[in-house]
Ligand binder design. Structure first.
Ligand SMILES: Cc1cc2nc3c(=O)[nH]c(=O)nc-3n(C[C@H](O)[C@H](O)[C@H](O)COP(=O)(O)OP(=O)(O)OC[C@H]3O[C@@H](n4cnc5c(N)ncnc54)[C@H](O)[C@@H]3O)c2cc1C
Length: 393
């Protein structure tokens, strides 16, 4: 949409093919329906949030930065606000407003919307000459493939673009889920399903024990493992490692060091000195988690609080500071916010988004092998690469 609008504003004759009933189906569900449009940060900060092929995006971001993106959306009638972590949302908290504004702007610029599926990009003498759709052929001098990733296929991003790019000779690097819930081997996750943790620190380690990720925030247990904002972020850091047997640790009390937590435990134990140990943790842990903590501590639940030994208290303390979980892998691509992998960046000119292999062929958005963390960065990649492509078509 961004590329079509930009090219049309430059006087190009543009046809936008969309095989869904309406444009921007995925866009309309972003940010839990609120659309985290972008992140109000400078380009350097932005690129630090792009773990995969950040250098490729340098030109696109400098030509259409988050600041320019915000000005653009305000100019097409979407007032914006900035929240925690510089995340930018429409004031209306409604993702449809972003998609509808883009659609209106496209119509004003003269983009012709055609409700058809693109099947193949046609070439003559090695250069683009048309597109075959399920409704026939359209002759054109340039074609942009912006079909998105392969995750959430019900929103229309079914991975068609990868096949079209590959059939034109482009390399498509392996597709993997990112920003995705993690499956854990531990039965306790199912036992605590639906239970959320706020203000905890999640740490992730590879199988050799190297720390890969550490972040404070919110997460949730599910029947298969864990999900929630910090888990999705962690998944992006784990993807280049064998995710099997990655280890997670949850610091349930990041605000207290071990000494402070021990003092706190002693205070609670004194307060509840006549209770069974299992009934003395209510001030420190959520109800759903207590049976799991008790079991994992190895302390018999009926032990009287005043007879818990120093060693037993230490094992409880280490559970609070480093509750362990074993990751067996990510949930499938269908459930991922982002597809990692895609059209090899070395085959795309970063100054124009034009294919280096097929003159007249352009790429934009998630189909390209670059992706980012949560926070509005992925949509920004789509806006910036779309703008750049639209300016060179
Ligand atoms: C649940 C969820 C929430 C998200 N929230 C955020 C967020 O708040 N902020 C953020 O920055 N990112 C978010 N993302 C990521 C972001 O939505 C994507 O990175 C972004 O939409 C990619 O844009 P795109 O234009 O490349 O692809 P898409 O938005 O997927 O658009 C591709 C379009 O191409 C169409 N299409 C595909 N194949 C064909 C074909 N053969 N013929 C015709 N049309 C075709 C599709 O129907 C679709 O409309 C979220 C993703 C998900 C799944």
């Amino acid at each position: 949409m961004m590329a079509a609008l930009t090219a049309a504003e430059r006087g190009r004759s543009v046809v936008l093919l969309e095989h869904e009933k309406f444009c921007g189906r995925k866009l309309r569900i972003t940010g839990k329906g609120r659309c985290n449009v972008c992140n109000d940060c400078d380009v350097k900060t932005f690129l630090r949030n792009v773990p995969r092929n950040p250098k490729f995006l340098y030109g696109a971001l400098n030509r259409f930065s988050p600041a320019e993106t915000m000005a653009f959306f305000e100019s097409i009638g979407v007032p914006l606000k900035t929240e925690r972590g510089n995340r930018v949302f429409p004031v209306s908290d409604n993702a449809h407003d972003v998609a509808n504004a883009l659609e209106r702007a496209m119509k004003r610029a003269g983009v012709k919307l055609v409700p058809s599926a693109a099947k193949e990009v046609l070439t003559r003498g090695g250069a683009v000459c048309g597109v075959r759709t399920d409704g026939g052929e359209i002759a054109c001098e340039s074609a942009l493939i912006a079909t998105g990733g392969a995750s959430y296929p019900l929103t229309g991003s079914t991975g068609d673009g990868y096949r079209m790019a590959a059939s034109l000779g482009h390399t498509v690097t392996p597709l993997r889920p990112s920003l995705v819930p993690l499956v854990c081997a531990d039965d306790c996750c199912a036992e605590m399903q639906g239970f959320s943790l706020r203000n905890v620190t999640l740490r992730a380690y590879d199988s050799s024990g190297k720390l890969l990720f550490s972040e404070l925030g919110e997460m949730m247990f599910t029947h298969f493992g864990v999900t929630g904002p910090i888990v999705l972020s962690a998944s992006a850091h784990l993807r280049d490692h064998a995710r099997e047997n990655c280890r997670l640790e949850i610091d349930l009390k990041p605000g207290l060091d071990e000494k402070q937590l021990d003092a706190r435990l002693l205070r609670d134990f004194d307060k509840y000195k006549n209770r069974d140990f299992a009934n003395a943790l209510g001030d420190l842990a959520g109800r759903a988690m207590i049976p799991v903590l008790v079991r994992r501590s190895g302390i018999p639940p009926e032990t009287k609080v005043n007879s818990v030994t120093h060693e037993q208290r230490r094992s409880l303390l280490s559970l609070f500071k480093a509750f362990p979980l074993t990751v067996t892998g990510p949930l499938s691509l269908d459930a991922a916010i982002i597809t990692s992998g895609g059209v090899e960046v070395g085959e795309i000119d970063p100054r124009t988004m034009q294919s280096k292999l097929v003159p007249g062929l352009f790429f934009a958005g998630e189909i390209i092998d670059t992706d980012a963390y949560t926070g509005g960065f992925n949509l920004q990649i789509a806006w910036s690469t779309g703008r750049l492509a639209g300016n060179h078509i």
